[in-house]
Ligand binder design. Structure first.
Ligand code: HEC
Ligand code: HEC
Ligand code: HEC
Length: 435
């Protein structure tokens, strides 16, 4: 019995050896087969995450990377395209060179010039290695979806795509990323992420009249549709110098930094699809670089997170404010159940004092949050505030006047009292949220 087993074992081993060495010989003849491709695809997946391709190339509720997400710009609405490997409607027939040119130079199929709503000016510096990995991922890591592209309504003269050649001549720097002399590897990595892959500046850097990034104003704050992407330079008042490393880490990992700010709207998408998934080393590199960017001041005299509700009337505490104040009535009916009567917040509901949305020198993020609510998913945690705008599902819709009144109440009671708005301001923000 014993012999028999060991005999058959020996046979199995021998067969295995022959088979295995034959296999190894065969594999070594093939071009680098699946194992190696797998790691390249995984590397590409991480780069696509850091570059946040998903956020723009997925329509709300749509299939990943199948396009159709509206990007609302001052010159009209541009829809992102299908970048799944589907042969007919996607980029299944793109060669590697065509893919590289689309991502880094903004040149699509048959030389079609892409609008810079696709942030190729940021991606232009992406290294060849990272591009190879990205291409591998979009070939074999993404499910093909046949879905036609939507055409947008870009206004003349911007509707003429070849006009982008002039624009590119002004704003496109095609040099590949190189660490600067004297820059630490960590700061260099952070700069590669912030300025290129993560393209933080497409939202946080102000634009010129021609929609190019304003030179020398990098990351000093900009309008993004109805929203405002604040100044994130090292300026003590206008920037985020006072945010600690752990504030920034919490913000990029979870979208929330206690008594500083929270990520709604486009920034919630950045956190949900991208920054929460970065390695700790990459988050630390981003923070190290943000600490290193030049401070850029603006007209503010006081930091937006420093308002502590000093103007909060005694009556609010006692729940008996001027009953004629419409803003207060709306606040106590629609907001106080979560943000609490004195705006101090509780648990996952943030305080409205020490809050960058209410202390800012403009009311955009306050108004846009009321209109659209907040939806963010990080790890197991879902953060939710209902929308009070036209998309309201769970609560009564608020009119432009209601939103102006409640905003003014919040600004003067908990936030920056020098900012006050009217119904027209809210109406304008609504149009900026509609494609
Ligand atoms: C900020 C939004 C945004 C991000 C982020 C973004 N794209 Fe795009 N992309 C667009 C838009 C909008 C278009 C269509 C532009 C046009 O019609 O001119 C586009 C077009 C493209 C095209 C051309 C497709 C075609 O149909 O010819 C490719 C390829 C592409 N993107 C790949 C990527 C990849 C890969 C990433 C991540 C590395 C990415 N995009 C990230 C907005 C974005
Ligand atoms: C798609 C546009 C967009 C991109 C890309 C983007 N941001 Fe933002 N960011 C915003 C908006 C809008 C806000 C305001 C969000 C709010 O208050 O709800 C914001 C807020 C922030 C804040 C909080 C500032 C404050 O005072 O509340 C930080 C920090 C920040 N972003 C860092 C970054 C970094 C770092 C990147 C790149 C990794 C980045 N952002 C990419 C749009 C963007
Ligand atoms: C059901 C609970 C709930 C109600 C009701 C509610 N909120 Fe919120 N609010 C939240 C949550 C949750 C957040 C996001 C917290 C986070 O991002 O970590 C939030 C965030 C905010 C922010 C910060 C947004 C930003 O971009 O930084 C403001 C301002 C705000 N709410 C104002 C209001 C106002 C005004 C009302 C009433 C019209 C209201 N909220 C009603 C739960 C609520």
């Amino acid at each position: 019995m014993m012999r028999k087993i060991s005999n058959s074992c020996a046979t199995t081993v021998a067969v295995c050896l022959v088979a295995c060495s034959a296999l190894t010989a065969l594999v070594s003849l093939l071009p680098k087969a699946h194992a190696a491709d797998g790691t390249l695809v995984e590397k590409g997946r991480y780069i696509a995450t850091a570059a946040d391709c998903l956020a723009c190339h997925t329509a709300p509720g749509g299939k990943p990377f199948a396009g159709g997400y509206p990007i609302i710009t001052p010159v009209g609405t541009i829809y992102s395209t299908n970048i799944t490997p589907a042969p007919k409607t996607g980029i299944g027939d793109y060669t590697k060179a065509e893919f590289f040119n689309a991502v880094r130079l903004g040149i699509g199929h048959n030389g079609k010039r892409l609008y810079p709503a696709m942030p190729y000016t940021s991606y232009a510096a992406v290294t060849d290695d990272d591009m190879e990995a990205l291409y591998a991922f979009f070939r074999s890591g993404v499910a093909p979806v046949e879905q036609e592209n939507r055409s947008g309504n870009v206004r003349f003269p911007f509707s003429i795509r070849s006009g982008m050649m002039l624009w590119n001549w002004l704003y496109l720097d095609t040099r590949t990323f190189q660490p600067r002399p004297g820059e630490t590897p960590q700061i260099a990595r952070g700069r590669y992420l912030v300025d290129h892959l993560e393209h933080c500046g497409t939202c946080h850097t102000p634009r010129t009249l021609f929609m190019g990034p304003a030179s020398g104003r990098s990351l000093s704050g900009s309008v993004v549709g109805a929203w405002y992407a604040p100044n994130i330079t090292t300026d003590k008042i206008a920037g985020i110098a006072e945010w600690t490393d752990s504030d920034l880490r919490n913000y990029l990992k979870s979208g929330h930094a206690l008594n500083k700010g929270q990520a709604a709207g486009p920034m919630a998408e950045v956190v949900t699809n991208s920054t929460q998934l970065l390695t700790s080393d990459d988050i630390d590199a981003i923070i190290a670089y943000l600490r290193d960017v030049p401070a850029i001041a603006s007209s503010e005299k006081r930091s937006r997170t420093s308002y502590e509700g000093a103007g909060r009337p005694e009556e609010v505490a006692r729940g008996q404010i001027n009953p004629e104040d419409r803003g207060w009535k709306i606040f106590s009916g629609s907001c106080a159940s979560c943000h609490q009567a004195q705006g101090q917040g509780v648990n996952a509901y943030p305080s409205l004092t020490h809050n960058s949305a209410t202390g800012s020198s403009n009311a955009r993020n306050l108004v846009a949050t009321i209109l659209t609510g907040v939806e963010r998913q990080t790890g197991e945690t879902a953060v939710f505030m209902p929308a009070f705008g036209s998309g309201a599902l769970w609560v009564n819709r608020l009119s432009d006047q209601d939103i102006a009144d409640v905003s003014n109440f919040i600004l003067k009671t908990f936030g920056n009292p020098s900012v006050q708005i009217d119904a027209r301001y809210v109406a304008k923000r609504r149009t900026e949220l509609t494609p």
